[in-house]
Each structure stands twice: as structure tokens, then as C-alpha cells.
Write a protein that binds this ligand. Sequence first.
Ligand SMILES: [Zn+2]
Length: 408
Amino acid sequence: MGTSTNTDNVLGSASSIPSTAMWVHGSVYNTSVLSHELGHCLGLYHTHHGTVFETGGDPNQCAELVNGSNSTTCGDYISDTPADPNLWNVCRYNGFITDANGQTYNPSSNNYMAYSDYSCWTTFISAQSQRMRDFIANTSILKNAIVPVISGSTPICSGSTKTFSATDWQSSYYWGNSSNLSISGSGSSVTVSPASSSSSGVGWVTVNNGGQVLARLNVYIGKPLSSDYDPYLLMKNQTITWGEANWLQYDNIKPTSYDWVIYDYGWSIVNRIGSNYESVIITAPSKYDGTYVYVRAYNSCGYNSLSLVGHAGAFKSPSSSPYPNPVSDILNIEIDADAAQSLLPVKGASLTFDVRLYDGLGNLLRQQSTKGGSLQFNVSSLPDGIYYLHIYDGVNSSPEMHQILVEH
Ligand SMILES: [Zn+2]
């Protein structure tokens, strides 16, 4: 089925319909001519087929009527391409002839299978596309080229199930899954659930054939997990952006929104960025105290516990940061008395540290004194919230202060 321009140069050809061989001229190798010839290979006739008698081995061809009444048995055998008498001037139909009923033709110039100029070809209409898909699906050598597509919603919350399905299923296909998921059922549609009540995080399902993965879909299990970050030291007046790029690399399983929280004396979040607050800009003031930056991520299963993403500023005292923070049961405080004494203006002084835990209203809840070393506060009975740890060294008038998040 040659493709010709108005200068009758043959640009490409398919040997028959359907066809197992085709070629296109090198001057048009990357143009719509390729789509035209592939259309022939996959069972499509020209839109003027039968209206203009064509060679190529179809003995039953006949003229399609403009009103479409015989469109399933004549023309290109596709009812939603308009009847086409093949009278083109480049892209514009220039004929005035009528069909057997006296109706004037109104063919489509942008159809890949017309004989208008190939520069106008942009479209297969849906019935042409369906015929090509059917042809692939029914041709043994081609049907293995159809790749299934998995669909199903994520996340899968703990204790729940979701239905996942695959297009273009074949009987030899089978499902695969990550160890934190389990699949029940078989065939093109299955039920996917977390493997156990403790399953969480990133998982995946696949459709396989003969040991080969044909399709994969990432799945998130449960609410977003807390993530570990290296604390980031933010210097005076410095601006830093922390963003969700640090979270998960797969688009379809990212958290849906975020809370950013700063615990500090007077610091604030300067700007939240993105429709879901994916990132945040924080500018450290000239004041030079330490702070923590936390993020809480949400998806449809809920939200994680606050995750420390940044440690900004420098603590001036030689005591290390209390840990863990957030804390549920036992808060550990380490005080290096020798280091503290080395910073004192009066050398050789023996320090006694007064360590106090306050709530947000200034109520003293825990208190211990120590010469140094480690001590513990049991906070298991305290309600969730923000608390303040003050460490007085008996010399400096203002204490070293830490914000403590109690979460159970
Ligand atoms: Zn052709």
C-alpha cells in the first residue's frame, strides 16, 4: 500500500493488509508516514479504500456512503472515519463530487490513513486504534509485546486490604510481592494486604511471566515512617531549606503533606513551600542558641511521630544533648563536669549542677543535683508535650536549656 504525495513520490509501503513487512523512505523515516505504514501492518485500510478501488487483494471492496449506512461492509470497514473519495490538494479536500445518494463528501484530512499530504496526518480515530490493539492481541507473535499495567491505590493501612489489578492479563502471568506484603487470589485482580501487623514502609507488587518482571507498582504500607537524618548545624543568620526530596524517591508513595515544627526560643519557620508544605525555609537569627527542627508527615493512614530532621545552632554548654528526644520513658542527661569547669572564668571551682525539668507553664516537675556524670529523669507518667530542661551550673546566672518532646 504505497503512500504518495501529490508529486507521486512513493514514501513508504506495506506489503499487504495485515502485513508482516513495510518500509519507509529515508527522507521521511521520522514522520507520520511511519504511522501510516504501521497502520497497514496492524490491519488498517486507507480511508478511501473501496471508494477508490485499490490493489492489494481485497476482492470485496466497495464505496462507502457519506451517510455511513454501509460503513461496516464498505470503505475502510471502520464506521467512524468519514467516507473519503481521495481528492486532495495537500491538506485540503478539493472535490465536489457526490456519492450514490447525491451527498457531498466531507473526509478527514488529518487521519493517518488518508491520502492527504503526510504533513497533515496527526490522528487515528478510536475505532482505528481499537482495530490495531485487537490485531496485536490476536496475533501470537505480537501479543507478548503487550505489557500489563498494574493499578491499585496506596498506601495500604495496617489491618486493611486493597484490590490490585493488571491490564492485558494472560493465563501464564503470576503476581510477585515484597516480603512485607501478601497477596491472596489469582488472575488479573488480587487482594493485597500487609504481611503482618508490624509491616510498614515501602513495598511493591509485580506481574511476572516466565521469571521475568513485566510490570511493577510501588506500594506504601501504613503511615509514613519516621526517618533518620544527620543533624544539620545551622549557623547565625543562615537560611536552609529542608525538603521532601529527603523522604521517598517514588512519586506514588510519598507522604501527602507535612508539618514542620521548630522548638526553640524565639525561632520561627520563615516560609513553607509547596502545596503540601513539602519543604521549609528557616533562617537562624543572630541569637545563637540551639534548636531542633522536626517534621511530621501525613498520608491517608495517618501521621508519623515527629522526626528530627535538623539540629540547628550550637549549644554553648559542654553537656551533651539529652536523649532520646523525643522521649517516652527515661530521659538521659550527661554532664561533663571537667569540660564545664574548663570554660569557667574561675578555674578550679567545683561545680554542682542543678538539673530541672519544667512544663510549658513553668511548673517544676523533676529536679536532681549532681557533680557530673549521667542522670535520668523518668517521664513515663508525663503527658505528651513540650518540656524544658534547665541545667544550672551554679556559676552562670542563666541555665543551659533544652527543649524535650515527650511522646508516648
Ligand atoms: Zn497506504
